[in-house]
Ligand binder design. Sequence first.
Ligand code: FES
Length: 75
Amino acid sequence: MLAAVAHQPQLGDRKGFPIADISVSCAGGICGACRTRWIEGPPIHRDRALSPQERAHEGIVCVAECAGSRLVLDL
Ligand code: FES
């Protein structure tokens, strides 16, 4: 698991994910390669890959951010 704190909300930097070792392809929120389940939120979804139903438990971490004090991912 990984917790992202609010003062460092960006989960990926589009150049190699310094916070977590997650596969990346487009780095733009389109392909879904970095799709990851989240356990505790709230996330900010900025992708074009997931439906509202999928966003209830998953995130596209190359473009997602943390809206609260922390976001816990199931890695
Ligand atoms: S790497 Fe393509 S959506 Fe994140």
